[in-house]
Each structure stands twice: as structure tokens, then as C-alpha cells.
Ligand binder design. Structure first.
Ligand code: ZN
Ligand code: ZN
Length: 430
């Protein structure tokens, strides 16, 4: 009897990055609602803009989770699909300074992920898995082990849906696009396309487990309560309703929140740390890396609440940290080891000093080095600091007693969402 139970359990479980996941007994969808700061949801709930999300909170779970630090898109999407923080998978920003070569590189181009994903693990276990992202850059990181090299899953982006091939995406362009126009990269429709594509894959039986990752284009541009925010929240909510109607268990988290980083006159509130460091230590002694930098995204001018400082000259790192700590607008300046220990970062990609901004402050390199014209006069809204670490965590179905307890007593992370969706909603044999 015991043997039988054990055999069933091991057949039913996969282990990814030291955590066990049950193969789904019903269709499951995890949505990364990019940049969905809890303030949007609180406002939407009060005004009844998102009835399906409200119903999820009532029937299943609504909790406040932490994102991985820094509160940027790529580290968090990868953390969510790995079920583990950046220390485990190595993606701790979009952009990275390689000490060995002295070059700045896109982290997703720097080599394969340092850890397997839950998506690839489920796919290898015979589950039909699909990942759909807004941006193509992210799709490549999430597709590792899922498509290509014998992977049997599907992974494509809304941005490049029409160019899909069976070999690279596990789906042909025609099926991925399904006659829909490919949306502009800078539009709310890019995210809606992701959700619509997910629903099609689910309804047609092409996928049993879906990871759908949206874009934060709307939240970078519009505060809670703005007409464009309201319209987007309603449009997403309708699609979540359709996924629930299709019989899916749905989990929703955000990769990070979003904060207004502007002064009262509407100009961006930027602290140029490169200028401060040059004035203190001389030019060329330090290098400021903004890991939010993304050559494909224009709406934040590479400005966020977190930067890494590399000390190139013969300076005492602790002295540099102390200097940075004293600058108003800096919340925390930490030596490399402290940053990695406190915030689960990979050592090889951490700066000599990591700097986290205070709420409402953007950290930049040098005055004139950021493409502020790209903001086109709009207020700067962005993320990266601890102020954007709190994110919503929603599960559509009732949790088991053990997971209710976990949600009530532990600090959840957005990368716990697959655990809750796959393990937290069914009673397992004792
Ligand atoms: Zn994001
Ligand atoms: Zn963003």
C-alpha cells in the first residue's frame, strides 16, 4: 500500500531547483501581470473594474508577495519560471557589466540560464506547456529547455508572432497569429494579444499549462485611475474571466510594482550617481551600470530605482559605499557580498556596491546620458527599488489548509506562484 502510494507520488511529482511540483490534474495558467502595482488593483477593486480578479481573491487567495530584487522584469520573469531567486538562475538584471571583458552585455545574451525552468520540467514529464510573452527578448530566456533541442513545448512572443516556426517556437506563425494583427510593441494590445493567444492554446488543447507574460507599457505611462489604466485593467480582467470559464486554474503575480519618479513640476526626479562619483573620486574611477537598460524599450529612459557601481580605480569599496549611503535619495548602498546575502543575488554579476533608491527617486549615470526625450514630456514612472517590491499574488481556487497556513504565516515571493497553483489547491495523500 505504502509502495503504491509512493510510486504514485513520484510519478506525479517533478523536482525543479529543489522544489517539488505536482503534474497538473487540471489546466493551469500563470500570468505575469507586468508592472501591476498593488495600488492599481486596490483602486480597481474599489471601483469594480476587475470583477474576475476580485472573485479570484474571494474564492482563492489574494496576498501581498515580494518580487525578486532588483524589481525589474527579466530577473522576475526568470525567477517565476524557475521557482527560485536570481542567486539560483543568474539573471539579476537586463544589463550586466562583465568584469572579465570590461563590456556591458544583455544578460539574456550572456549564456543559458543557470537553472532549469518549471516549464521545461513539466514539458519533459509529458505535460503540454506553452509560454507566450509580450516581448521577444524575454521569450528566448523562457524557452530554454522548452522548445528546440528535443523540447516539445511552445514559446513565442506577441511581438514576433507572425515569424514563428515549428523548429524555433514549436508552433507555426499562422497558428500563433491566428489571423489577428500583430500589435505595436508600444501598445496595450501587445499584452492583450498574449492573453488571447493563451486562451486559444488552452481551448484548442495545444497547452495544459501556460505561462503568459504581459508588458508594463500602460503602467509606465499611466497612474492608477487614469482612463488608459482603467481600460487596460478591464480588458485584462475580461480575458482572465475567459480563461477561468475555459476551466483553468489561474495564478496571477506581478514582476514588480510601479512608482511615479517625478517632481511636482512633472520633471523626472533623477539622482545622477555617475556625476556624484566623478566629482568625489575623479572621472574613470567608477562605472555606474543601470541594469534596467533595454535597447528595445523606450518608455523609461533606462531609469529605475536600482544601479550597480563597479570600482575601476584603486578605491576602498567600503568608503565608496559610505559616500553613496550619505547621499539624500539613496535608501541603501551595500557591498557586493551584503547585497547578495540580503537579496539572493548571484555574486558574479553583482557590482562592487549596489545602490537602491528611496521611494520616488530614479538613479542615473550622468546628466545628458539618458534619453529623456523618449519620455516625450510624460511623467517618469518606473521601478527597481524596494518601493516596487510588493506585488499582488492571486490564486483562483481554494487552497489546501497547508497552503492557507503558508500564505498567512510566511512572506510569499512572486516565484512561489507555480508552487501554489500546482501544489496548493489539491489535497495530497497523507
Ligand atoms: Zn516588468
Ligand atoms: Zn518596466
Amino acid at each position: 500500500m505504502l509502495n503504491k502510494a509512493r510510486a504514485k507520488l513520484s510519478n506525479d511529482l517533478i523536482y525543479i531547483n529543489d522544489r517539488g511540483y505536482h503534474l497538473p490534474n487540471k489546466r493551469a495558467v500563470v500570468i505575469c501581470y507586468d508592472g501591476m502595482d498593488p495600488s492599481y488593483l486596490a483602486d480597481a477593486t474599489t471601483r469594480g473594474l476587475s470583477p474576475n480578479l476580485s472573485a479570484m481573491a474571494q474564492q482563492g487567495l489574494y496576498a501581498s508577495a515580494h518580487s525578486a530584487m532588483p524589481s525589474f522584469t527579466n530577473p522576475n520573469n526568470v525567477s517565476i519560471v524557475c521557482g527560485a531567486p536570481p542567486r539560483v538562475h543568474g539573471i539579476s538584471g537586463n544589463y550586466w557589466y562583465d568584469r572579465a571583458t570590461g563590456e556591458e552585455v544583455m544578460m539574456t545574451d550572456a549564456g543559458p540560464l543557470g537553472a532549469p525552468t518549471i516549464l521545461a520540467g513539466l514539458s519533459k514529464a509529458g505535460v503540454k506547456v506553452a509560454a507566450v510573452t509580450a516581448k521577444d527578448k524575454l521569450r528566448k530566456a523562457l524557452a530554454v529547455g522548452l522548445v528546440g533541442d528535443g523540447g516539445r513545448g511552445i514559446a513565442f512572443s506577441a511581438e514576433k508572432a507572425s515569424a514563428c516556426t515549428l523548429a524555433e517556437h514549436g508552433i507555426a506563425g499562422e497558428e500563433a497569429q491566428a489571423g489577428e494583427p500583430v500589435p505595436d510593441q508600444y501598445s496595450p494590445e501587445l499584452s492583450l494579444f498574449v492573453l488571447d493567444a493563451g486562451l486559444r492554446l488552452l481551448s484548442s488543447g495545444r497547452a495544459e499549462v501556460l505561462y503568459l507574460s504581459l508588458s508594463d507599457f500602460v503602467q509606465h505611462a499611466h497612474a492608477p485611475g487614469a482612463p488608459d489604466s482603467d481600460a487596460f485593467i478591464r480588458a485584462v480582467d475580461r480575458r482572465v474571466g475567459a480563461l477561468l470559464d475555459a476551466g483553468a486554474m489561474v495564478g496571477i503575480v506581478a514582476d514588480h510594482g510601479m512608482t511615479d519618479l517625478s517632481l511636482v513640476d512633472g520633471s523626472p526626479n533623477i539622482l545622477y550617481l555617475g556625476d556624484r562619483l566623478d566629482a568625489r573620486y575623479g572621472a574613470g574611477q567608477t562605472r555606474v551600470i543601470c541594469p534596467i537598460t533595454d535597447p528595445f524599450v523606450r518608455h523609461h529612459g533606462a531609469l529605475g530605482g536600482f544601479v550597480r557601481i563597479h570600482v575601476l580605480g584603486d578605491l576602498d569599496h567600503a568608503e565608496v559605499r559610505d559616500f553613496l549611503s550619505r547621499i539624500p535619495g539613496v535608501e541603501l548602498a551595500l557591498l557586493r557580498e551584503d547585497m547578495c546575502r540580503r537579496f539572493d543575488q548571484p555574486m558574479e554579476r553583482e557590482g562592487d556596491v549596489a545602490v537602491i533608491a528611496g521611494k520616488g527617486v530614479a538613479l542615473g549615470t550622468h546628466d545628458g546620458a539618458h534619453a529623456l526625450a523618449e519620455l516625450a514630456g510624460a511623467r517618469l514612472r518606473s521601478h527597481g527599488s524596494l518601493a516596487e517590491r510588493n506585488v499582488p499574488f492571486l490564486v483562483s481556487h481554494p487552497l489546501t489548509a497547508a497552503y492557507r497556513r503558508k500564505a498567512a504565516t510566511e512572506q510569499l515571493h512572486n516565484y512561489d506562484i507555480f508552487d501554489f497553483v500546482l501544489n496548493g489547491t489539491r489535497e495530497t495523500e497523507a
